[in-house]
Ligand binder design. Structure first.
Ligand code: UDX
Length: 436
């Protein structure tokens, strides 16, 4: 099939790429000049494992092309995937500016004549958006009854390509017409679910919100485990054996970040509120997530006392490993809190130094790990990059001035680090206090 994808972010580019890998002819529309120039030269504008090589291959096979011209991309295509950003407005509500603009442009491009075409909303949008916002705009600007479907994306940054190539399910919301969009996924082997567009949109929000609530729960339980001398990972193993409780996404840490969880939970909470059914659970997860990064500060103060003039290496600026994305990274509130305490903070990340500097231009960002840890009083691991997981405890001990390691993501082995004479504190790691 000929496919048009609007938006070349993580979701749009990965979606287009995987359709190309399945033999479809894909054109991706990108309006941001700098991003389009890079893509036209075959360069992926963000760090995402495997994507660059795969894009290079599909460009060489002429199955993946980029343009800023939506009319050219839609010409001859049987479907258009809407993959633009849905930022959070000031009040927490979803901001549909880019969706509306893209819907209008798609409708205009389809206005020449009626044909076989379905518009598929892949961006994360609140229930009712495809039917009540996108469809009227597309139909008004095209002048005909273009079907609009909803196909939420569940890929995770850092494993976007793997997730998109082997999804655990594909959900398609179809209200009237456009069922043939399923042909695109004919060669994907996984459960496939057809629902209404509203239900598809709600499935995405409910999935992300449930995972965010689960993580907030894990964080609070892990904090408690530390207090009472228990290792949260042992608890996860025990409760995970209950067939009703899936042990994945139960990793306690310094809070959830990224472009989805914080924004999607806030948008669903806002929607619940606007329907006069405020969600105590969602609001509590957001509040819990706002304070969780400060757990790093509490642990540091526990070990070092006053943090004024203390040198702290903040390791990990990306919101998670294997991405250079710093949206809603927990590194930011930690950095702000350390600065407020008068600490000297050195920030390090294997991939996200540049993106973090865009967010925080005056941050002391150091690209070399050894220089970041040299003579530091303490380390805080905010992202579980492989580079940190493989740090040699003896080397750290020799390089640092102090010996405190705050493992905010349980990336390290407590025993190995304690054996090397380092003072290890990990989220959810109680010291296994004896009861006698
Ligand atoms: C998320 C959803 O997982 C994905 O299905 C959806 O399409 C987009 O939003 P993403 O934000 O890319 O994906 O990454 P994810 O792996 O879900 O992590 C989000 C945040 O939760 C990160 O800050 C991560 O560190 C944190 N997290 C994740 C935990 O703290 N504990 C966990 O067990 C898992």
């Amino acid at each position: 099939m000929k496919v048009c994808v609007v938006g070349a972010g993580f979701v749009g580019l990965t979606t287009g790429l995987v359709f190309a890998e399945h033999g479809h002819d894909v054109r991706v529309v990108e309006v941001m000049d700098s991003r389009l120039r890079q893509l036209e030269q075959g360069k992926v504008p963000f760090h995402e494992p495997g994507v660059q090589d795969a894009v290079t291959r599909q460009i060489a096979q002429s199955r993946l092309r980029f343009t800023s011209d939506i009319r050219e991309a839609i010409d001859g295509a049987e479907c258009t995937f809407l993959c633009v950003g849905t930022p959070q407005g000031d009040d927490g509500a979803i901001d549909l500016r880019f969706i509306k603009q893209a819907a209008k442009e798609i409708g205009d491009a389809l206005s020449a004549k009626e044909r076989r075409h379905v518009v598929v909303v892949k961006s994360t949008v609140v229930p009712g958006t495809a039917a009540d916002v996108v469809r009227p705009i597309v139909q008004e600007s095209s002048g005909w009854n273009v079907p609009v479907a909803s196909n939420p994306e569940f890929l995770k940054e850092g494993s976007a390509l793997k997730d998109a190539r082997a999804p655990d399910r594909i959900v398609m919301g179809i209200d009237s017409g456009g069922e043939y969009v399923w042909d695109l996924y004919a060669s994907f082997e996984c459960p496939k679910l057809t629902v209404t567009t509203r239900t598809a949109e709600m499935i995405k929000y409910a999935a992300n919100s449930f995972l965010a609530v689960k993580i907030a729960f894990a964080n609070e339980m892990a904090n408690l485990c530390e207090d009472v001398g228990i290792d949260w990972l042992d608890v996860v193993e025990g409760i995970g054996l209950d067939y009703r409780i899936n042990p994945s996404f139960f990793q306690a840490g310094l809070g959830f970040g990224g472009s989805c969880f914080p924004k999607d939970v806030a948008a669903l909470a806002y929607l619940a509120n606007s329907h006069k059914h405020p969600s105590g659970v969602l609001n509590a997860a957001l509040a819990s997530n706002a304070t969780q990064p400060l757990r790093a500060i509490e642990l540091l103060e526990d070990e070092l006392g006053d943090l004024e003039e203390k040198t702290i290496a903040l390791l990990g600026l990306a919101f998670k490993a294997d991405t250079d994305d710093v949206r809603e990274t927990r590194a930011l509130p930690i950095l702000h809190a350390l600065q407020a305490k008068g600490a000297i903070v050195r920030c390090h990340d294997p991939q996200a130094c540049e993106t973090f500097l865009e967010l925080m231009p005056d941050a002391n960002v150091i690209t070399d790990l050894d220089s970041a840890i040299k003579n530091a009083d303490a380390l805080v691991i905010q992202t579980d990059w492989q580079e940190y997981k493989t740090m040699d405890p003896a080397h750290l001990k020799a390089q640092m001035a102090g010996n405190t390691i705050i493992d905010g993501r349980r990336a390290l082995s407590p025993e190995l680090f304690a054996d090397a004479g380092l003072n290890y504190r990990g989220i959810g790691y109680g010291a296994n206090e004896s009861t006698d």
